[in-house]
Design a binder for this molecule. Structure first.
Ligand code: S3P
Length: 196
């Protein structure tokens, strides 16, 4: 860690839990883990917590109980995580789209949308089979449709960071900078100020 990065980290007032939102493949877990390390607070992966609570994989939850049951479990798990001490939570891509989960995140957390373009999302999710929404069908078409449906909703997040093909370390540094200036009147990382 550089001395200037350290100075930046110290400026961050952690009175809220940081919640990363965005589409599958945006890098929420990779970046979230690094942000938590920089801030010296725990990292929590909501998908992993749902799997631990259910005792089976997300693919199995979708297959055996359906998406609605997954969303219910996801909402309960995120509510529990948001009641905990300061942490960085990486959410699954659909969590912030669920109205009740979004309301909880908005109430108790500081949401950061990691926004990635279609090419990046396709590249980062290809060859993986642990995401039920991308199994079967054309992955690129599905992700393009999800960008259309979900980006206007992710835009309700407190902050937005564009990722593209940047490294997780670089995106982490940008998140840290945006957190450091959040609440200072700097509007450069507010979703409504940036073009989609
Ligand atoms: C989903 C995203 C996944 C996981 C589930 C549903 C979604 O998480 O929660 O497969 O609806 O976008 P990641 O965004 O971490 O892949």
């Amino acid at each position: 860690m550089t001395s200037s990065a350290h100075a930046t980290d110290q400026n961050i007032v952690l009175d809220k839990i940081i919640v990363l939102v965005g589409l599958m493949g945006a890098g929420k877990s990779c970046v979230g883990r690094r942000v938590a390390q920089r801030l010296n607070i725990p990292f929590l992966d909501a998908d992993a917590e749902v799997e631990a609570a259910a005792g089976c994989s997300i693919v199995d939850i979708f297959e055996q109980y359906g998406e609605d049951a997954f969303r219910d479990g996801e909402r309960r798990v995120i509510a529990r995580l948001l009641d905990g001490p300061p942490s960085v939570i990486a959410t699954g891509g659909g969590a912030f789209i669920d109205e009740q989960t979004r309301a909880l995140i908005n109430e108790k957390g500081l949401s950061v949308w990691l926004r990635a373009d279609l090419e990046t999302l396709v590249e980062r999710t290809s060859g993986r089979n642990h995401r039920p929404l991308l199994n079967g069908g054309d992955q690129r078409e599905t992700l393009a449709a999800l960008i259309d449906q979900r980006h206007p909703i992710y835009a309700e997040a407190d902050l937005v960071i564009d990722t593209g093909s940047d490294s997780a370390n670089f995106t982490c540094a940008r998140v840290i900078d945006a957190l450091a200036t959040y609440g200072t009147g700097d509007a450069s990382n507010r979703p409504q100020t940036q073009a989609l």
